[in-house]
Write a protein that binds this ligand. Structure first.
Ligand SMILES: Cc1cc2nc3c(=O)[nH]c(=O)nc-3n(C[C@H](O)[C@H](O)[C@H](O)COP(=O)(O)OP(=O)(O)OC[C@H]3O[C@@H](n4cnc5c(N)ncnc54)[C@H](O)[C@@H]3O)c2cc1C
Length: 406
């Protein structure tokens, strides 16, 4: 079988893998990128609705979940959103800010893929794609003989590749239909490197049929709300779907939610509902008609029939409610508590929460503390961003960090 010798082999030619290859190539390292997919960087292509939300201007460590919350700081500080913007501008890619620092391509996410591909070519990076890696072998450095460095030998379906650095950039488990695999976690297991529990995140939530009676019929309706779970809070829209709830606020909170827990939805975060009810205390207006001034009418109908039944309160004119009834209704509008039955899963999730334990890696280089020459970057690592361009920024920053060290 053909044997290829390189300084660095990177498995996974997605966002993090290509960024690492570019930086290592610029340092005159002899680099090969190996990916099993037929099409390059499909996740970048489908991201941001086809326009790739490639970074967020206001990226901070607080925008990430990890069992080691400070881990991401070093890499984020050494390759910042501004550094990526400079790269985009160098390639003449036009972009715009949507909201809260989220930057998108004006035209297409394909421009980001082409830019990374061109940068790889300029840095002399080699490709092997599509190609399955069948086996990873490791030969530690010989301490007695200084010239013998550690060596990784990869057996692929086409050849064997030998390199002193191996970078795992195979991403998470979401969207298996475009090439996601558990490969990175399997390599971690092979080297006894801890993997923090995995679950789909930035994902829609589902509800048991009995908890969702009446709401199925309003799929497509979206409401500006504040959603809370375990101290995390997001004020964005929620979207009713056939199976439950989605929309930015729900996707964000899904990263904090664990099975069995409540999520709390404030349906009218912009107002003091109790105060509003007091102002309409003498009114002949029916409660749903009053609420329909602030919330979509079809949602109000569904919500009132489900919630008022739960509270054993009838629909009537505002003037006929007792104070305690109005207080209960106001409380429910500000704190609608529901227990999701689950999520829509990896098929739809934007990211995978958990991953290679950051305590096992150098925050400066992403290298394993125990296996010299082995690096993990991007989503495979236990660093998960909020919605809004943070996950790509982590891919660029961690890829850059490893690219300086391999
Ligand atoms: C629908 C969707 C929209 C998104 N939109 C955004 C957005 O707008 N902004 C944002 O910041 N984030 C977004 N994300 C998240 C973002 O795409 C990822 O966090 C990011 O791509 C992770 O980069 P990565 O390089 O670690 O992994 P990936 O980009 O997933 O790359 C991993 C690569 O590894 C390859 N691979 C996997 N297994 C193997 C194997 N066994 N052998 C060889 N190769 C393998 C894959 O083919 C792939 O090319 C979105 C995700 C999804 C699913």
């Amino acid at each position: 079988m053909k044997k290829v010798s390189k300084d660095v082999v990177i498995i996974g030619a997605g966002a993090a893998g290509m960024m690492c290859a570019i930086e290592a190539g610029k340092r005159s390292r002899n680099v090969i990128l190996v990916d099993h997919a037929r099409k390059l960087a499909e996740k970048i292509r489908i991201s941001g609705g086809g326009r790739c939300n490639f970074t967020n201007r206001y990226t901070k460590a607080e925008n990430f979940l990890s069992s080691n919350p400070h881990f991401c700081r070093s890499a984020l500080a050494r390759f910042t959103p501004q550094d990526f913007i400079a790269l985009i501008e160098k390639h003449g890619i036009r972009y715009h800010e949507k909201k809260s620092g989220q930057l998108f391509c004006d035209d297409s996410s394909q421009q980001i893929i082409d830019m990374l591909h061109d940068e790889c070519a300029a840095a002399g990076v080699d490709w092997q794609m599509p190609s399955q890696v069948k086996q990873v072998q490791y030969f530690p450095a010989d301490k007695e003989i200084r010239d013998i460095k550690q060596k990784f030998i990869l057996t692929t379906e086409r050849n064997t590749i030998e390199a002193s650095s191996l970078v795992i950039a195979t991403g998470g488990l979401s969207i298996p239909q475009i090439g996601a695999s558990a490969f990175g976690y399997q390599v971690a297991n092979q080297f006894d490197i801890r993997v923090m529990p995995l679950r789909p995140a930035l994902v829609g939530l589902t509800f048991a049929a009995e908890d969702f009676v009446g709401f199925k019929d309003i799929s497509g309706i979206s409401i500006d709300a504040e959603v809370n779970c375990k101290g995390a809070s997001f004020r964005e829209s929620i979207l009713f779907t056939h199976r439950g709830l989605s929309g930015p606020a729900i996707l964000q909170i899904s990263s904090y939610w664990q099975p069995g827990e409540f999520i709390h939805i404030n349906l009218l975060p912009q107002q003091d509902v109790q105060q509003n009810f007091l102002m309409h205390r003498q009114s002949a207006t029916l409660l749903p008609n009053l609420l329909a001034r602030y919330l979509p009418k079809r949602f109000v109908q569904a919500w009132c029939s489900a919630m008022l039944a739960q509270l054993s309160i009838a629909v009537k004119p505002m003037s006929q409610y007792r104070d305690d009834e109005l207080r209960q209704i106001a409380d429910k509008l500000h704190d609608w508590q529901i227990v999701p039955s689950g999520t829509v899963g990896y098929k739809k999730a934007e990211v995978t929460l958990g991953g290679v334990d950051t305590h096992e890696l150098s925050s400066k280089t992403m290298e394993s503390k125990r296996i010299p020459g082995l690096y993990f970057i991007g989503e495979v690592v236990d660093v998960t961003g909020h919605l809004g361009g943070f996950n790509f920024q982590w891919a660029w920053s961690s890829g850059y960090a490893a690219g300086q060290a391999v």
